[in-house]
Design a binder for this molecule. Structure first.
Ligand code: 13P
Ligand code: SF4
Length: 309
């Protein structure tokens, strides 16, 4: 059955001259059929170089918007438009505009996990893969607002010695990991390395062997000699970790509460399925549409990011 759908996707992709991008948090069968997989930074970079008239972004809504902003003349599809992001939702544009007003003379840095409307209020967009480098490229006395992720902002403040003003937003998946349960796991696997995404709370970053974006954690797993890893980020990344390191063991870090969510899945990311991917290529819908003036303004801080990273 899956093979039939996969064959249909391949045929439709060729007919449409489409390209499929997939984030590391997508289900494994979508990652396997994608032309490019990556973290948010890699996918934004790749999107900016593509010639195909149709781009399918297998990820969440803000990722589709980033592609549409970078490729305004192309048809940009997301298999399920309900694939939102709790972090992006924690930062409505009108409230963020008020916050900026309360902090005049500040440079506004926004994580890519934001709506196009928030990006129009932003000076420089960052991803978890380049946030530190971009903040460090600014003069030490520059006053900075950082939104929307308080944990990533705190982490960047701690490693750069800055005192950025933080918007109080968070990701519901990354805030759930339990330090206590990870330390219990570590007792069972004393040689395991702990990998932590910077959207996790500060105590997790303090026990981590490596803190970084999904791509950084993946490279660390590939390059380091250790054979066991406890992975504190969305579990989809483990698919590529296992593919690249078939002889190593990857243990998903446990969340603190199994009653609300029994796993480390981002329910938004997992809304995309092979069937929906096939259907969107067949129907050329659902599409990401953005008001052209909003897209034009939202592009400036993304272009600044791409130039600085
Ligand atoms: P990356 O920047 O590591 O791709 O992460 C994106 C994201 O949504 C994390 O939750
Ligand atoms: Fe958003 Fe969190 Fe899902 Fe990433 S894991 S897309 S930040 S809700």
């Amino acid at each position: 059955m899956n093979q039939d759908v996969i064959n249909e996707i391949k045929q439709l992709k060729a007919e449409r001259n489409a390209v499929i991008l997939a984030h590391y948090y997508q289900q494994g069968d979508i990652q396997d059929i994608a032309d490019h997989i990556g973290d948010s930074l890699a996918l934004a970079r790749i999107a900016s170089t593509l010639d195909n008239p149709v781009i399918v972004m297998c990820g969440v809504h803000f990722m589709g918007e980033t592609v549409k902003i970078l490729c305004p003349d192309k048809i940009v599809l997301v298999p399920d438009l309900n694939a939102g992001c709790s972090l992006s939702d924690s930062c409505p544009a009108d409230s963020f505009a008020e916050f900026i007003k309360q902090h005049p003379d500040h440079t506004v840095i926004s994580y890519v996990n934001t709506s196009a409307a928030v990006k129009t209020l932003t000076d420089i967009v960052v991803t978890s893969g380049n946030a530190r480098k971009i903040v460090e490229s600014l003069p030490p006395d520059e006053k900075i607002i950082f939104g929307p992720d308080r944990n990533l902002g705190n982490y960047i403040n701690s490693v750069t010695g800055r005192n950025m003003v933080l918007w109080d937003g968070a990701c519901h998946v990354h805030e759930k990991f339990s330090v206590e349960k990870i330390l219990e796991l570590k007792k069972e696997h004393p040689h395991a390395k702990i990998l932590v995404h910077p959207e996790c709370k500060r105590p997790l970053t303090l026990i981590a062997d490596k803190v970084g974006s999904t791509a950084v954690l993946l490279e660390y797993a590939v390059e380091t000699d250790a054979d066991t890893f406890i992975v504190a980020t969305e579990s989809g990344i483990i698919h590529e970790m296992k593919r690249r390191c078939p002889d190593k063991t990857f243990i998903p870090a446990p969340p603190d509460d199994f009653t609300t969510c029994g796993c480390n899945d981002c329910s938004f990311m997992k809304l995309n399925t092979l069937e929906k991917l096939r259907d969107c290529l067949r129907d050329l819908a659902p599409r990401i549409e953005i008001d052209p003036e909003v897209a034009r303004q939202a592009r400036l801080p993304i272009d600044r990011m791409l130039a600085l990273s």
